[in-house]
Design a protein around this ligand. Structure first.
Ligand code: NAD
Length: 422
């Protein structure tokens, strides 16, 4: 996020705290619980040296924030990015707590990150950073303590290195429940790759039913064409929708007659971007967000719908698959304009739900078929949606406020039941 933006708009951390405060107020949460849940339980900063390929030694800074282990061990991804900061990791850890609670998973929220630019590092350097970072955070990681997963610029390769490194530190042959998002050969789950897009699709179907809207023929625009963006695009087209625009970090494409997500993915694999895919018009990311469409899916990074473009958004439904894509100011504008925003903590919880399935399978050393994962994911997503939708109707609030009320209420009830260890 640019410095300019930080000064002019409320940050993701402030936004997460704002919605917590709104929910706490509605639930009349007692003051000690408000203080407990407003701040993370544990924030770890690590600085470590890495031998670089050119013979030099560079120091890297990493973080792991655990918001609250009230419902169970904490859970959340590890991101590698030059802009990673303690504040960003803290905000994402808090979002994870509420996301797990909405989905009724037995987890609290956590997040981790290393400030680095993987695009400028060799595979060997990334492996050394990953293993050393894993060793540094190992004292607070474990299958019953805190379970990492992939996030931006990390994937199953890094998860395999982490599980290997920490298992060695524990003098164990292999601790599969330590991280999720692992390769299948190391206990990864069927269906994890497309889980976030698939879960988002289930929630979208339920929302459209409530709004009396049809997916068949609906115009869909998707920002971000990575793991999440390309899967939701594919599921929507398979469901009969018309994909009219997609974009990535390098630009966007538009075709009112409809794009084929498989052909676009193929083009992106070959060229490194969706830009300039044949039979499309070139558009900017800003233009993509402002396309006249029925469903807009931000599936890239945070803070994309802001106070400067919220009044220009022309979608009926916004499915937030990215974390924190809408700023607080923009959220108010969208609400006042009557748009239905399916909030991140509900919309993208399919990823952590299948991570939960992976952890369950690893602990039982018994693995499920892709069909079973899919059926169970649908069940979890539909019931999470129903809880949030019913709360929104009952309290006459938007879906984001409703999702926070559902989540904060669940964590607060668990905290009260556990009592105070003073
Ligand atoms: P990814 O790295 O696979 O893809 C990210 C996509 O966003 C890429 O196409 C990239 O080019 C594009 N992008 C990056 N910066 C952009 C910009 N400024 N403008 C437009 N496009 C840009 O990541 P992903 O796993 O698909 O995650 C996408 C979002 O979904 C992130 O916010 C992530 O935190 C969130 N999320 C992911 C999962 C998951 O299971 N992968 C789960 C929950 C939430």
């Amino acid at each position: 996020m640019s410095e300019l933006k930080r000064q002019s708009e409320i940050t993701m951390l402030e936004t997460a705290r704002h919605f917590f405060d709104v929910a706490a107020e509605r639930l009349k949460l007692e003051a000690p619980l408000r203080t407990l849940l407003r701040y993370p339980k544990r924030k770890l900063i690590v600085v470590f040296p890495i031998a670089m390929d050119d013979g030099s030694v560079q120091h890297f800074e990493g973080y792991r924030v655990q918001h609250h282990p009230i419902l169970g061990p904490t859970k959340g991804g590890i991101r590698y990015h030059p802009d990673v900061s303690l504040e960003e990791v803290e905000a994402l850890a808090i979002l994870m707590t509420w996301k797990c609670a909405v989905a009724q998973l037995p987890f609290g929220g956590a997040k981790g990150g290393v400030k680095c630019n993987p695009l400028e590092l060799s595979v060997g350097e990334i492996e050394r950073i990953t293993r050393r970072y894993a060793a540094e955070i190992a004292p607070i990681i474990g299958p019953e303590i805190d379970i990492p997963a992939p996030d931006v610029f990390t994937g199953e390769r890094e998860m395999a290195w982490i599980v290997d490194t920490i298992s060695m530190h524990h003098n164990s042959t292999f601790m599969p429940g330590l991280v999720t998002g692992k390769p299948k050969v190391l206990g990864g789950s069927e269906g994890r790759d497309a889980a976030t897009g698939r879960g988002g699709y289930f929630v979208l179907q339920e929302t459209l039913k409530q709004l009396n809207m049809k997916l068949e023929g609906a115009r869909v625009a998707v920002q971000g064409f990575g793991n999440v963006g390309s899967s939701i695009a594919r599921f929507c087209v398979e469901g009969g929708a018309k994909l009219i625009g997609v974009s990535d970090a390098r630009g966007g494409i538009y075709n009112p007659k409809g794009l084929d997500p498989i052909a676009v993915k193929e083009h992106e694999r070959r060229t490194g971007s969706v830009a300039r895919c044949k039979e499309t018009e070139t558009i900017t990311n800003q233009e993509l967000l402002e396309l006249e469409c029925d469903i807009l899916v931000p599936a890239a990074i945070e803070d994309q719908i802001t106070k400067s473009n919220a009044s220009k958004i022309r979608a009926k439904v916004i499915l937030e698959l990215a974390n924190g894509p809408t700023t607080l100011e923009a959220d108010r504008v969208l609400y006042d304009r009557g748009m239905v925003v399916i909030p991140d903590i509900l919309a993208n919880s399919g990823g952590v739900t299948v991570s939960y399935f992976e952890w369950v399978q690893d602990r039982a050393f018994y693995f499920w078929s892709a069909d079973r994962v899919d059926r169970r994911l649908r069940r979890f997503m539909v019931s999470a949606f129903q809880r949030v939708w019913e709360m929104a109707q009952r309290e006459r609030v938007d879906l984001r406020t409703a999702a926070y009320i559902v989540a904060v209420d669940r964590v607060a009830r668990a905290a009260r039941a556990r009592g105070l260890y003073a």
